[in-house]
Ligand binder design. Sequence first.
Ligand code: PMV
Length: 320
Amino acid sequence: MKVTVEASPSLALIKYWGKQDGDRNIPATSSLAVTLDGLSTRTTVLCDGEEDRISVNGVAQSTAGRFAALFNRVREVTGYAGRFTVRSRNNFATAAGLASSSSGFAALAVGCIRATGTELADEVCSAIARVGSASAARAVFGGFTVLREGAESAEKIHDESHWPDLRVVVCTVTERAKPMPSGMAMELSKRSSPFFPAWLEDSRVLFEDALEALAAKDLPRLGEAMRLSYLRMHATMLGASPPVIYAEPISLRLIQLCDELRRDGVGAWETMDAGPQVKIVCTVDDTDLVVRSLRREFPSLSLNVCRSGMGVRTVMEAVT
Ligand code: PMV
């Protein structure tokens, strides 16, 4: 079978940062996320070839490491004994802190499973995607998801239509790949940051608070929890040895800008991941104002306004 699937990135509102174990990607913190529409990874999988092959944005990748782990897990679960040939393309910056690994591995897991002709429950697909990247376990689903501390798979807690007025303005500060992959930065934080144990404790409180705020569609309350989550995640990295600094000068200016907007009564709540990009959560009524304020200061900044989007979907299926 030849299958083409599309997946969208999972933006964490409350962050996963740190693994309970080294190589199975079992998260040490519970995360809460929204799957974004508009940004996507499109992946075509063919059950074919002498060896596994994968290209991302037209560039052949080494199939060692995370790719091999995922391909092998799909073979174990489906019983398929052959190899995979994969072409994957993102319509947004790759490995730059825009959660391309979440959509990339979610699309890869589901694409490989469907190409073998196997139907598996979403929960099982999510656990397989997690082998590539923990955030990918969430991106299998649309809407709002959680991946709990110690869990093998993510869960959908609200669907795409839960909060129709919510928007995320994604500000791409730079398309350059980040200096250190998130997995490495997490391990460094866990091993060497004196703040890491406090981060684990505190993120439990933020997670519970954010769950309630999301259910009640209370943006100021969700925004406060989100803000503490990403800043405290970055604080663990600043405390690591050597320190990991993902923010760029523009990122910091965007954070200040959100603060200024909030002081003027505009609900603009920013978050960041393992990269310099800033994502601003607001409601549809404030979106124009937020975009205009960003444009005034950064006329050429690349902006995408996203809603909550769908989980992995099949766009083409053919018997070869
Ligand atoms: O799933 P990974 O290994 O790409 O790590 C994702 C880490 C963050 O994006 C910083 C947080 C998250 O929960 O998505």
